[in-house]
Design a protein around this ligand. Structure first.
Ligand SMILES: C[S@@+](CC[C@H](N)C(=O)[O-])C[C@H]1O[C@@H](n2cnc3c(N)ncnc32)[C@H](O)[C@@H]1O
Ligand code: SF4
Length: 464
């Protein structure tokens, strides 16, 4: 299926082959992936923070795990609250955590980007958001041209908040839209008419925040090509500089509220495939450049430049052009990364709060990154970002022999025979049409899947 037009017979055959390969694999927003993280104390984290040098760029991720209403498809780490008190309380705990992290950072590294994610960080009242930003600027070396991004639910966008975001230096916003079709929205418990998103975008632009991403999804209940086509016609009217086009990951065994979605209304995988292909074709026709497996950006957007300059990265926030190699996570469940480790804060609120209020960092899990992990991470990241990698070049960069991937190259031959990938020497290139299964091709390089130590293997969402 190309655009919302006529089905092509060759594509049909290719589609059937791809669908037959669909299986449960990680999303590869990190490698090693989160199931490899082990229970940890704060000692190693403090040591890593103290070792960060003055010449390092740091990206801060601040997680705000509250929402006012549960979307039934939601896979994020969040809790529903009707009261503001827990959010306000949390904002003050974040201030303490910022102080504690600042005390560990001995060399004043540069903070080049700050990302508020959730949950719904837009629930923070303007005064509390400003208080957090002021604390960050007071305690950390936030660079003058810092990127400050926030994920916003259009239902909570108010002029008072937007004015504060602009005053605080927010220069990028990601809006959760998902779909504009009323039947789809009803089935996911998210009433959000088009006008609401349209007004939110207009308000943000009025206050000078014009770097706008919109999240939409395929695979939601009742979606079909017709409903999606209408949604996408409206979507491009918003003219977002970026669009994230996520496949709905239905994992009711992990997120109980997903059981509220009637599974009979979910598109089957052949329709999911068509929805992605049609949506992608529509966005390309409307001037968007595909980035990685599920992002699209206008040609003058920094993600497109990063793709051209080969500086595109993939991390827990998706595809980024951030110069920072290290991430410091703040808030419950946030994940950080230094050059040697991943660290994750306690996921459950009582443990997170107890740690911070007790004067301890809230580290609950960590994962030491070995040289083998770094090499595989590079291969996987290049495939996820550019759909091509020369494993010889990657291995040369680490002073190792590419023969470490002999078995992987052998296993990839089954994909090559079907035309999903091309292997020339040590160069592997994923065919444009097979990008929906890029994660599966990456999983061939995942040593933990090979060793059978990916405890979550049966629990990941399917690739398509
Ligand atoms: C933290 S939310 C965005 C901000 C805000 N909470 C909102 O929903 O408007 C992050 C995004 O993740 C995506 N998402 C959430 N659950 C998902 C799932 N189960 N499968 C795929 N994408 C999902 C949605 O597109 C959502 O907009
Ligand atoms: S999708 Fe966004 S608004 Fe909806 S429950 Fe999840 S985090 Fe909250």
């Amino acid at each position: 299926m190309v655009g919302y037009g006529v089905q092509n017979r060759d594509m049909n055959c290719f589609r059937d082959q791809i669908l037959s390969f669909d299986s449960r694999v990680p999303r590869y927003t990190s490698y090693p992936t989160a199931p490899q993280f082990q229970v940890a104390d704060t000692y190693a984290y403090e040591k890593c923070l103290r070792a960060i040098g003055a010449d390092n760029d740091i990206s801060l991720y601040i997680h705000v795990p509250f929402c006012s209403k549960m979307c039934w498809y939601c896979g994020c780490n969040t809790k529903i609250t009707q009261r503001y008190a827990p959010v306000e309380d949390y904002a003050h705990i974040l201030l303490r955590e910022i102080d504690m992290v600042a005390e560990q950072l001995q060399h004043n590294p540069r903070i080049s980007s700050i990302h508020f994610g959730g949950g719904s960080p837009g629930l923070l009242r303007a005064c509390d958001f400003e208080m957090i930003i002021n604390k960050l600027r007071a305690r950390l070396n936030v660079v003058p041209d810092v990127e400050i991004a926030i994920e916003l639910d259009p239902r909570g966008v108010t002029e008072g908040r937007v004015a504060t975001y602009a005053k605080c230096g927010v220069n990028r916003v990601s809006l959760g839209v998902q779909d504009f079709d009323e039947t789809v929205l009803k089935a996911i418990n998210r009433q959000q008419p088009f006008a609401l998103s349209y007004d939110a975008v207009a308000l943000l632009r009025q206050y000078g925040i014009d770097q706008i991403n919109v999240d939409v999804m395929y695979g939601l209940p009742h979606q079909n090509l017709e409903t999606q086509s209408k949604t996408f016609e409206k979507l491009v009217l918003l003219k977002p500089s970026r669009i994230s086009f996520f496949g709905y990951a239905h994992v009711p065994w992990m997120k109980k509220h997903m059981r509220l979605i009637d599974e009979n209304t979910l598109p089957q995988k052949d329709l999911r495939f068509d929805l992605f292909e049609a949506g992608q074709a529509f966005l390309i026709e409307n001037g968007y450049v595909p980035i990685g497996i599920d992002h699209f950006a206008l040609p003058d957007d920094a993600l497109v430049k990063a793709m051209e300059n080969k500086t595109l990265k993939r991390n827990f926030q998706g595809y980024v052009d951030d110069p920072a190699d290290m991430i410091i996570g703040l808030g419950a469940s946030s994940i950080g990364k230094t050059d040697t480790h991943y660290f994750q804060n306690a996921v459950d609120m009582p443990s997170y709060k107890q740690a911070i209020l007790g004067g301890r960092l809230a580290t609950a899990k960590s994962c030491a990154i070995q040289q083998d992990d770094m090499i595989r991470a590079k291969v996987i990241e290049q495939l996820m970002c550019y759909f091509t990698v020369d494993v010889q070049v990657v291995c040369d960069g680490f002073g190792t022999d590419a023969s470490m991937f002999d078995q992987e190259l052998e296993r990839l031959k089954s994909y090559e025979r079907l035309g999903f990938i091309e292997i020339t020497g040590a160069q592997i290139t994923i065919d444009e049409k097979a990008k929906l299964i890029a994660r599966m091709i990456c999983s061939v390089f995942d040593a933990y899947i090979k060793k059978g130590t990916d405890a979550d293997a049966p629990r990941h969402a399917k690739a398509i």
